[in-house]
Write a protein that binds this ligand. Structure first.
Ligand code: 5GP
Ligand code: MN
Length: 338
Protein backbone atom coordinates (compact mmCIF):
# COMPACT_ATOMS: atom_id res chain seq x y z
CA UNK A 1 0.00 0.00 0.00
CA UNK A 2 2.16 2.90 -1.24
CA UNK A 3 1.52 6.54 -0.41
CA UNK A 4 1.19 7.24 -4.14
CA UNK A 5 -1.56 4.61 -4.49
CA UNK A 6 -3.42 6.01 -1.49
CA UNK A 7 -3.13 9.51 -2.96
CA UNK A 8 -4.46 8.28 -6.33
CA UNK A 9 -7.38 6.55 -4.62
CA UNK A 10 -8.09 9.63 -2.50
CA UNK A 11 -8.21 11.74 -5.62
CA UNK A 12 -10.42 9.21 -7.41
CA UNK A 13 -12.88 9.31 -4.50
CA UNK A 14 -12.75 13.09 -4.02
CA UNK A 15 -16.15 13.65 -5.63
CA UNK A 16 -19.28 11.43 -5.55
CA UNK A 17 -19.23 8.62 -8.12
CA UNK A 18 -21.09 5.50 -9.24
CA UNK A 19 -19.06 2.67 -7.79
CA UNK A 20 -19.40 -1.07 -8.24
CA UNK A 21 -17.74 -3.45 -5.77
CA UNK A 22 -17.24 -7.05 -6.83
CA UNK A 23 -16.27 -10.15 -4.83
CA UNK A 24 -15.02 -13.37 -6.46
CA UNK A 25 -17.23 -16.19 -7.73
CA UNK A 26 -18.71 -18.32 -4.93
CA UNK A 27 -18.15 -15.50 -2.43
CA UNK A 28 -17.02 -16.49 1.05
CA UNK A 29 -17.07 -14.57 4.34
CA UNK A 30 -14.01 -12.52 3.45
CA UNK A 31 -15.33 -11.65 -0.02
CA UNK A 32 -18.80 -10.58 1.20
CA UNK A 33 -17.51 -8.97 4.40
CA UNK A 34 -14.91 -6.86 2.61
CA UNK A 35 -17.18 -5.75 -0.24
CA UNK A 36 -20.05 -4.82 2.07
CA UNK A 37 -17.80 -2.96 4.52
CA UNK A 38 -16.27 -0.95 1.69
CA UNK A 39 -19.76 -0.29 0.28
CA UNK A 40 -20.95 1.11 3.63
CA UNK A 41 -17.86 3.30 3.83
CA UNK A 42 -18.23 4.69 0.31
CA UNK A 43 -21.93 5.39 0.78
CA UNK A 44 -21.05 7.28 3.94
CA UNK A 45 -18.75 9.40 1.78
CA UNK A 46 -21.60 10.28 -0.58
CA UNK A 47 -20.90 7.78 -3.37
CA UNK A 48 -23.51 5.65 -5.12
CA UNK A 49 -21.93 2.33 -4.23
CA UNK A 50 -23.24 -1.18 -4.92
CA UNK A 51 -21.99 -4.70 -4.26
CA UNK A 52 -22.56 -7.12 -7.13
CA UNK A 53 -21.65 -10.78 -6.57
CA UNK A 54 -21.02 -12.95 -9.65
CA UNK A 55 -23.26 -15.74 -8.32
CA UNK A 56 -25.12 -16.93 -5.26
CA UNK A 57 -23.46 -17.13 -1.87
CA UNK A 58 -24.22 -19.16 1.25
CA UNK A 59 -27.19 -18.46 3.46
CA UNK A 60 -25.01 -18.13 6.56
CA UNK A 61 -23.69 -14.85 5.11
CA UNK A 62 -27.10 -13.35 4.40
CA UNK A 63 -27.39 -11.57 7.74
CA UNK A 64 -24.44 -9.29 6.95
CA UNK A 65 -25.47 -5.62 7.19
CA UNK A 66 -26.27 -4.39 3.67
CA UNK A 67 -27.00 -7.91 2.39
CA UNK A 68 -30.49 -6.94 1.16
CA UNK A 69 -29.00 -4.56 -1.41
CA UNK A 70 -26.47 -6.97 -2.90
CA UNK A 71 -27.02 -7.67 -6.59
CA UNK A 72 -26.33 -11.18 -7.89
CA UNK A 73 -25.15 -10.97 -11.50
CA UNK A 74 -26.32 -14.48 -12.47
CA UNK A 75 -29.90 -13.63 -11.47
CA UNK A 76 -30.13 -10.76 -13.93
CA UNK A 77 -27.09 -10.36 -16.21
CA UNK A 78 -28.69 -7.59 -18.27
CA UNK A 79 -29.17 -5.34 -15.27
CA UNK A 80 -25.68 -6.34 -14.14
CA UNK A 81 -24.17 -5.33 -17.46
CA UNK A 82 -25.79 -1.93 -17.13
CA UNK A 83 -24.22 -1.45 -13.71
CA UNK A 84 -20.83 -2.45 -15.11
CA UNK A 85 -21.13 -0.04 -18.05
CA UNK A 86 -22.22 2.85 -15.85
CA UNK A 87 -19.68 2.42 -13.06
CA UNK A 88 -17.02 5.11 -12.89
CA UNK A 89 -15.02 3.01 -10.43
CA UNK A 90 -14.96 -0.78 -10.12
CA UNK A 91 -13.43 -2.32 -7.00
CA UNK A 92 -12.52 -6.00 -7.23
CA UNK A 93 -12.06 -7.50 -3.78
CA UNK A 94 -10.58 -10.79 -2.59
CA UNK A 95 -9.49 -11.88 -6.09
CA UNK A 96 -6.85 -10.74 -8.55
CA UNK A 97 -7.73 -12.22 -11.93
CA UNK A 98 -10.85 -11.07 -13.81
CA UNK A 99 -11.54 -14.67 -14.82
CA UNK A 100 -12.43 -15.34 -11.17
CA UNK A 101 -15.48 -13.10 -11.71
CA UNK A 102 -17.10 -15.99 -13.61
CA UNK A 103 -19.76 -15.05 -16.21
CA UNK A 104 -19.22 -11.38 -15.38
CA UNK A 105 -15.62 -11.38 -16.60
CA UNK A 106 -16.16 -10.67 -20.36
CA UNK A 107 -18.17 -7.53 -19.51
CA UNK A 108 -15.61 -6.46 -16.92
CA UNK A 109 -12.85 -6.76 -19.49
CA UNK A 110 -14.70 -4.19 -21.63
CA UNK A 111 -15.62 -1.86 -18.77
CA UNK A 112 -14.40 1.72 -18.96
CA UNK A 113 -14.45 2.48 -15.21
CA UNK A 114 -11.27 2.79 -13.18
CA UNK A 115 -10.38 -0.55 -11.60
CA UNK A 116 -9.11 -0.80 -8.04
CA UNK A 117 -7.96 -4.21 -6.76
CA UNK A 118 -7.73 -5.04 -3.07
CA UNK A 119 -6.57 -8.60 -2.58
CA UNK A 120 -4.34 -10.99 -0.65
CA UNK A 121 -3.79 -13.78 -3.19
CA UNK A 122 -0.47 -14.37 -4.92
CA UNK A 123 0.43 -13.40 -8.49
CA UNK A 124 -1.99 -10.53 -9.15
CA UNK A 125 -2.87 -9.80 -12.77
CA UNK A 126 -2.38 -6.22 -13.89
CA UNK A 127 -5.90 -5.19 -14.96
CA UNK A 128 -6.35 -2.53 -12.26
CA UNK A 129 -5.26 1.10 -12.42
CA UNK A 130 -4.72 0.96 -8.66
CA UNK A 131 -3.57 -2.34 -7.17
CA UNK A 132 -3.43 -3.11 -3.46
CA UNK A 133 -2.02 -6.63 -3.28
CA UNK A 134 -0.50 -8.21 -0.18
CA UNK A 135 -0.28 -12.02 0.02
CA UNK A 136 1.09 -11.76 3.56
CA UNK A 137 -2.28 -10.51 4.80
CA UNK A 138 -4.64 -13.11 6.19
CA UNK A 139 -7.74 -11.54 4.71
CA UNK A 140 -8.99 -8.87 2.34
CA UNK A 141 -11.03 -7.51 5.26
CA UNK A 142 -7.79 -6.59 7.07
CA UNK A 143 -6.67 -4.79 3.92
CA UNK A 144 -9.96 -2.88 3.64
CA UNK A 145 -9.58 -1.86 7.29
CA UNK A 146 -6.03 -0.61 6.57
CA UNK A 147 -7.24 1.15 3.45
CA UNK A 148 -10.05 2.96 5.26
CA UNK A 149 -7.57 4.02 7.97
CA UNK A 150 -5.08 5.21 5.32
CA UNK A 151 -7.88 7.30 3.77
CA UNK A 152 -8.39 8.89 7.19
CA UNK A 153 -11.67 7.06 7.85
CA UNK A 154 -10.96 5.03 11.00
CA UNK A 155 -13.30 7.14 13.13
CA UNK A 156 -16.04 6.60 10.54
CA UNK A 157 -16.00 2.80 10.90
CA UNK A 158 -19.61 2.11 11.91
CA UNK A 159 -20.83 -0.95 13.73
CA UNK A 160 -22.24 -2.30 10.43
CA UNK A 161 -18.80 -2.01 8.87
CA UNK A 162 -17.17 -3.55 11.95
CA UNK A 163 -19.54 -6.56 11.76
CA UNK A 164 -18.67 -7.11 8.09
CA UNK A 165 -14.91 -6.75 8.57
CA UNK A 166 -14.83 -8.95 11.67
CA UNK A 167 -16.67 -11.70 9.76
CA UNK A 168 -14.13 -11.85 6.95
CA UNK A 169 -11.12 -11.78 9.26
CA UNK A 170 -12.65 -14.54 11.35
CA UNK A 171 -13.58 -16.83 8.46
CA UNK A 172 -10.31 -16.41 6.51
CA UNK A 173 -8.20 -17.01 9.62
CA UNK A 174 -10.09 -20.14 10.68
CA UNK A 175 -11.25 -18.19 13.75
CA UNK A 176 -7.79 -16.69 14.34
CA UNK A 177 -5.83 -19.93 14.20
CA UNK A 178 -4.07 -19.92 10.81
CA UNK A 179 -0.40 -18.80 10.68
CA UNK A 180 -1.35 -15.58 8.86
CA UNK A 181 -2.95 -14.39 12.13
CA UNK A 182 -0.66 -11.77 13.67
CA UNK A 183 -0.64 -9.32 16.53
CA UNK A 184 -1.82 -6.76 14.01
CA UNK A 185 -4.79 -8.99 13.16
CA UNK A 186 -5.75 -9.07 16.82
CA UNK A 187 -5.29 -5.30 17.22
CA UNK A 188 -7.61 -4.74 14.24
CA UNK A 189 -10.15 -7.18 15.64
CA UNK A 190 -9.96 -5.47 19.05
CA UNK A 191 -10.74 -2.13 17.39
CA UNK A 192 -13.63 -3.70 15.45
CA UNK A 193 -15.12 -5.13 18.65
CA UNK A 194 -14.83 -1.70 20.25
CA UNK A 195 -16.67 -0.27 17.25
CA UNK A 196 -19.57 -2.69 17.50
CA UNK A 197 -18.60 -6.11 16.08
CA UNK A 198 -20.27 -8.71 18.30
CA UNK A 199 -17.77 -11.56 18.22
CA UNK A 200 -19.90 -14.12 19.97
CA UNK A 201 -22.99 -13.44 17.85
CA UNK A 202 -20.94 -13.49 14.63
CA UNK A 203 -19.40 -16.87 15.47
CA UNK A 204 -22.90 -18.20 16.13
CA UNK A 205 -24.38 -16.80 12.92
CA UNK A 206 -21.58 -18.24 10.79
CA UNK A 207 -20.85 -21.56 12.46
CA UNK A 208 -23.96 -22.57 14.38
CA UNK A 209 -26.54 -22.59 11.60
CA UNK A 210 -26.31 -26.26 10.69
CA UNK A 211 -29.45 -28.00 9.59
CA UNK A 212 -29.78 -31.76 10.11
CA UNK A 213 -29.19 -32.54 6.43
CA UNK A 214 -25.86 -30.70 6.43
CA UNK A 215 -24.69 -32.74 9.40
CA UNK A 216 -25.82 -35.90 7.61
CA UNK A 217 -23.82 -34.81 4.57
CA UNK A 218 -20.81 -34.26 6.82
CA UNK A 219 -21.29 -37.78 8.14
CA UNK A 220 -21.33 -39.07 4.58
CA UNK A 221 -18.19 -37.05 3.74
CA UNK A 222 -16.29 -38.33 6.77
CA UNK A 223 -17.36 -41.86 5.92
CA UNK A 224 -15.94 -41.41 2.43
CA UNK A 225 -12.61 -40.10 3.71
CA UNK A 226 -9.56 -41.99 2.49
CA UNK A 227 -6.37 -41.68 4.54
CA UNK A 228 -3.00 -42.22 2.89
CA UNK A 229 -0.42 -42.16 5.71
CA UNK A 230 2.55 -42.64 3.34
CA UNK A 231 1.66 -39.32 1.68
CA UNK A 232 0.36 -37.70 4.90
CA UNK A 233 -2.78 -37.06 2.84
CA UNK A 234 -6.50 -37.46 3.43
CA UNK A 235 -9.15 -36.92 0.79
CA UNK A 236 -12.93 -36.88 0.65
CA UNK A 237 -15.25 -37.38 -2.30
CA UNK A 238 -18.89 -36.34 -2.63
CA UNK A 239 -20.81 -37.36 -5.73
CA UNK A 240 -23.79 -35.39 -7.07
CA UNK A 241 -26.00 -38.30 -6.05
CA UNK A 242 -24.75 -38.10 -2.48
CA UNK A 243 -25.28 -34.33 -2.44
CA UNK A 244 -28.80 -34.68 -3.82
CA UNK A 245 -29.77 -37.33 -1.32
CA UNK A 246 -28.73 -34.96 1.50
CA UNK A 247 -30.75 -32.12 -0.02
CA UNK A 248 -27.52 -30.17 -0.66
CA UNK A 249 -27.60 -26.37 -0.74
CA UNK A 250 -24.80 -24.00 -1.63
CA UNK A 251 -22.39 -23.61 1.26
CA UNK A 252 -23.30 -26.93 2.90
CA UNK A 253 -19.85 -28.41 2.25
CA UNK A 254 -17.98 -25.33 3.51
CA UNK A 255 -15.23 -26.41 5.90
CA UNK A 256 -15.54 -30.16 5.26
CA UNK A 257 -12.05 -30.26 3.72
CA UNK A 258 -10.48 -29.14 7.00
CA UNK A 259 -11.44 -32.33 8.84
CA UNK A 260 -8.61 -34.17 7.06
CA UNK A 261 -6.08 -31.80 8.61
CA UNK A 262 -7.41 -32.51 12.09
CA UNK A 263 -5.91 -36.01 11.82
CA UNK A 264 -2.55 -36.43 13.49
CA UNK A 265 0.32 -36.49 10.96
CA UNK A 266 -1.90 -35.49 8.03
CA UNK A 267 -0.70 -32.30 6.34
CA UNK A 268 -2.53 -32.43 3.00
CA UNK A 269 -6.33 -32.55 2.83
CA UNK A 270 -8.46 -32.55 -0.29
CA UNK A 271 -12.16 -32.68 -1.11
CA UNK A 272 -13.58 -33.52 -4.54
CA UNK A 273 -17.16 -32.39 -5.06
CA UNK A 274 -19.07 -33.35 -8.17
CA UNK A 275 -21.16 -30.63 -9.85
CA UNK A 276 -23.08 -32.13 -12.74
CA UNK A 277 -24.74 -28.82 -13.61
CA UNK A 278 -21.37 -27.20 -14.33
CA UNK A 279 -19.92 -30.48 -15.59
CA UNK A 280 -16.94 -30.22 -13.25
CA UNK A 281 -15.41 -31.64 -10.13
CA UNK A 282 -14.75 -28.74 -7.74
CA UNK A 283 -11.66 -29.42 -5.66
CA UNK A 284 -10.48 -27.78 -2.44
CA UNK A 285 -6.95 -28.24 -1.16
CA UNK A 286 -5.66 -27.47 2.33
CA UNK A 287 -2.24 -28.02 3.87
CA UNK A 288 -0.27 -27.42 7.02
CA UNK A 289 3.31 -26.15 6.84
CA UNK A 290 5.33 -25.67 3.66
CA UNK A 291 3.44 -27.81 1.17
CA UNK A 292 2.19 -25.30 -1.41
CA UNK A 293 -1.30 -26.32 -2.43
CA UNK A 294 -1.74 -23.27 -4.68
CA UNK A 295 1.16 -24.48 -6.85
CA UNK A 296 -0.19 -28.03 -6.81
CA UNK A 297 -3.61 -26.80 -7.89
CA UNK A 298 -2.23 -24.44 -10.51
CA UNK A 299 -0.07 -27.13 -12.13
CA UNK A 300 -2.58 -29.94 -12.12
CA UNK A 301 -6.11 -28.66 -11.57
CA UNK A 302 -6.44 -25.24 -13.27
CA UNK A 303 -6.71 -23.44 -9.95
CA UNK A 304 -4.78 -21.44 -7.40
CA UNK A 305 -5.19 -19.63 -4.12
CA UNK A 306 -2.94 -19.44 -1.09
CA UNK A 307 -0.03 -21.58 0.04
CA UNK A 308 -2.20 -23.48 2.55
CA UNK A 309 -5.67 -23.09 1.00
CA UNK A 310 -6.43 -23.36 -2.68
CA UNK A 311 -9.12 -24.47 -5.06
CA UNK A 312 -9.23 -26.02 -8.50
CA UNK A 313 -11.38 -28.04 -10.87
CA UNK A 314 -11.40 -30.93 -13.28
CA UNK A 315 -13.70 -31.70 -16.16
CA UNK A 316 -13.06 -35.45 -15.95
CA UNK A 317 -15.40 -37.73 -14.01
CA UNK A 318 -15.14 -37.95 -10.23
CA UNK A 319 -13.48 -41.36 -10.49
CA UNK A 320 -10.96 -40.26 -13.14
CA UNK A 321 -10.19 -37.06 -11.25
CA UNK A 322 -9.38 -38.98 -8.09
CA UNK A 323 -7.23 -41.49 -9.94
CA UNK A 324 -5.32 -38.67 -11.64
CA UNK A 325 -4.79 -37.13 -8.21
CA UNK A 326 -3.55 -40.45 -6.81
CA UNK A 327 -1.15 -40.82 -9.74
CA UNK A 328 0.37 -37.45 -8.88
CA UNK A 329 1.09 -38.16 -5.23
CA UNK A 330 4.28 -40.29 -5.60
CA UNK A 331 6.12 -37.37 -7.22
CA UNK A 332 5.28 -35.24 -4.17
CA UNK A 333 6.11 -37.91 -1.59
CA UNK A 334 9.35 -36.21 -0.48
CA UNK A 335 7.76 -32.78 -0.15
CA UNK A 336 4.82 -34.24 1.77
CA UNK A 337 7.17 -35.96 4.18
CA UNK A 338 9.70 -33.12 4.49
P1 5GP B 1 -11.92 -22.95 -1.63
O1 5GP B 1 -11.27 -24.26 -1.53
O2 5GP B 1 -12.51 -22.52 -0.32
O3 5GP B 1 -12.85 -22.83 -2.79
O4 5GP B 1 -10.77 -21.91 -1.95
C1 5GP B 1 -9.64 -21.75 -1.15
C2 5GP B 1 -8.86 -20.54 -1.59
O5 5GP B 1 -8.40 -20.71 -2.92
C3 5GP B 1 -9.68 -19.27 -1.60
O6 5GP B 1 -8.84 -18.22 -1.18
C4 5GP B 1 -10.06 -19.08 -3.03
O7 5GP B 1 -10.19 -17.74 -3.35
C5 5GP B 1 -8.91 -19.71 -3.78
N1 5GP B 1 -9.39 -20.38 -4.99
C6 5GP B 1 -10.37 -21.30 -5.08
N2 5GP B 1 -10.54 -21.71 -6.35
C7 5GP B 1 -9.64 -21.04 -7.09
C8 5GP B 1 -9.32 -21.02 -8.49
O8 5GP B 1 -9.89 -21.72 -9.30
N3 5GP B 1 -8.32 -20.18 -8.88
C9 5GP B 1 -7.64 -19.39 -7.98
N4 5GP B 1 -6.66 -18.60 -8.44
N5 5GP B 1 -7.92 -19.38 -6.68
C10 5GP B 1 -8.90 -20.19 -6.22
MN1 MN C 1 -9.85 -13.91 1.35
Amino acid sequence: MTKADIASLSELLADPKKILIIPHKNPDGDAMGSTLALCHYLRGQGHKARVMAPNEYPKFLKWLPGNDQVLVYDRNPEAGNRYIREAAVIFTLDFNDLDRAHTMSPMLKEATGTFVMVDHHEEPKDYAQITFSDPKKGSTCEMVYDLICALGGQARITSDMAQCLYTGIMTDSGSFRFPSTTGTTHRIVADLIDRGADNSAIHQRIYDTNNPSRLQLLGKALNNMVILPEFRTAYITLSQEELDSANYKKGDTEGFVNYGLSLKNIIFAVIFIENTEEGIIKISFRSQGDFEVNQFSKHHFSGGGHMNAAGGRSSASLEDTVSRFLDLLPQYQDKLNA
